[in-house]
Ligand binder design. Structure first.
Ligand code: ADE
Length: 225
């Protein structure tokens, strides 16, 4: 998978890709990340990428031209499956969306800033709009990092244990069951006995029941659809 990220703040985005699982995925050539500084596509000497709103109103708007130039240049080199715009009024990211995107070959992610982008970018260049929640960040970079993390860990081979992404919370619309490791008894705080029984079908049933009960208590909305 190849991800091209268009941003005015590449430095804000780099560190998540320089550590941990994302770094390993890049080093193993399972994913390529390329950053494009939108200012490199500005057409004036001030490297402007935004301007005031037509019709008046507070806040700057990101202009069509630099974004179009950057996306056109990328598209001239390869085909893209999606051009994603990170915006608080997009579809809220969930595991289903992350799963879908993890199956793509090439994607572009555009990070918004200021008030957002000129509507014509959304109408003519963007194929998917994604939010990471009902709150407003100062730019789309951190949201893009969240999206990339949720997607990249699903690419086969990225996680050490191939099955571990499948047992994550949300993968089957249920929260994950509780998990335990050594010691078996920590100052009287005990691990459920059943987990030492060696009875794997019984343990599996217990985990499913725990997952269901936790979901019913904490996130009943997940059981509705
Ligand atoms: N840009 C600003 N806020 C955002 C959010 N909540 N999700 C995605 N992009 C954003």
């Amino acid at each position: 998978m190849r991800i091209d990220i268009i941003t005015v703040l590449p430095e804000l985005l780099k560190s998540p890709f320089e550590a941990s699982i994302l770094k390993r995925a890049i080093e193993a050539n399972l994913v390529e990340i390329h950053f494009h500084n939108l200012r490199d596509y500005a057409s004036d000497k001030y490297k402007s990428i935004d301007d005031t709103q037509f019709g008046g109103g507070a806040g700057m708007v990101m202009m069509v031209e630099p974004i179009d130039k950057c996306i056109s240049e990328l598209k001239s080199k390869r085909d893209y499956d999606e051009v994603i715009y990170m915006t608080p009024d997009g579809a809220t990211l969930n595991q289903g969306i992350a799963n879908q995107i993890s199956l793509k070959q090439n994607i572009i992610i555009l990070c918004g800033h200021y008030k957002g982008v000129d509507q014509r970018v959304r109408e003519h260049l963007i194929t998917k709009e994604i939010s990471i929640g009902d709150f407003v960040l100062s730019g789309g970079e951190l949201a893009a990092a969240v999206l990339c993390d949720s997607v990249i860990r699903l690419i086969p081979g990225v996680l050490g244990n191939e099955t571990s992404a499948l047992t994550d919370s949300f993968q089957d619309n249920l929260l994950a069951p509780p998990i335990y490791t050594k010691p078996r008894d920590y100052n009287g705080w005990k691990v459920p006995e059943l987990l030492f029984s060696g009875n794997l079908p019984e343990i599996e049933r217990w985990r499913e029941e725990q997952a269901y009960q936790r979901t019913k208590t904490l996130r009943p909305d997940l059981l509705e659809d």
